[in-house]
Design a protein around this ligand. Sequence first.
Ligand code: NI
Length: 168
Amino acid sequence: MTRRAILEDPDPRLRLPSEPVDRFDASLAQLVEDLCDTLYAGSAIGLSAPQIDDRRRVLVMDLSRQRTAPQVFVNPTILSRGAARGLVEESCLSLPGVSAKVMRAVQLRAAARDAAGRPFERDLADMEAVCLQHEMDHLDGVLFTDRLSLLRRLGLRLVAGRASRAAA
Ligand code: NI
């Protein structure tokens, strides 16, 4: 069991784009295991590789009640989004203490590979759809607060916090 340290904003490593996985080897299996161990050590529903300082396009999520059904997405893509969008409250292990509602598609069809390299497609709805989009953003160096208006970010003191840190 390896619980890895989670990078927190404003760590610049969270802003780097991740690279597609082309080797489905023991190193990838270890990454998936570490992601699951780190996810289950806390109460979050999803975790992406860049949050534990690994630049591969991998994420895990588990929205099951018992937290015994991890979903592993390697090289995920979104094939289609439904027209319906919703405002759902989000938080992030890399932004402790911050939560806000983000507008996202609430129905989508995703494609990815599993840890063994087998391709699959899956329909996701509601929180699962939101979670996948949130974790996929991490693979592109995007945090959920980037998707809020400037006014909302000011309300969360994210802009002010950055400014005061920069001035310190
Ligand atoms: Ni996050």
